[in-house]
Ligand binder design. Sequence first.
Ligand code: B16
Ligand code: MG
Length: 213
Amino acid sequence: MALKAVIFDLDGVIVFTDQFHYQAWKKMADEMNIYFDETINNRLRGVSRMDSLEIILERYNGEPLSQEKKEELAARKNENYRALLKTMTPDDVTDEVRETLAEIRKRGYKISLGSSSKNAKFILERVALPDAFDAISDGNNITKSKPDPEVFLKGAEFLGEKPADCLVVEDAEAGIVAGIAGGMKTAAIGDAVGCGKADYTLETFSDLLKILV
Ligand code: B16
Ligand code: MG
């Protein structure tokens, strides 16, 4: 069946904010005396903010934390994170990514974002890509985080396309699993290549042009 649309993950595919996530969580973890390192940070790829916090709290040994306290910790991390996002500029998206997105649309495919992040629109504005997508599905329109397919199913729905006609592009195994669960084709880039579950693997972003002919 011919593909009609592409749904892109944001962090790890279009932009690379994992170092900002790391720094922001690290600050919060240090303040709470919780051990946190880059290996644990890797487990947060594609995972929602509150689920990320639960992973970090696996190393917490203090008094039990109320839901209110957890929300305060997540909000504190998000403040740190947004301060770092403010340093982003259009130079944080490569010409390769910009030109490939434009060419995919020119070839007649619709494109949507499919990101777990509640900061997705803010990031797209910072890097001057606010109108690059026909639809945006992000952390603000979902209740279940990847590996649940909700964020991608919404993306397909916003585009008016059937899931089976969509290709999901992801850097996280949780995202590839979500795409498969949603009945979509999947393309892995970066970290997700190693999981071996995707229909296609991309060495570089513009390899998409070989799939989307
Ligand atoms: P926020 P993606 C994900 O973005 C990140 O990979 C993940 O590390 C982060 O926890 C999640 O967004 C939520 O982000 O705190 O900004 O809502 O890869 O799905 O584009
Ligand atoms: Mg990602």
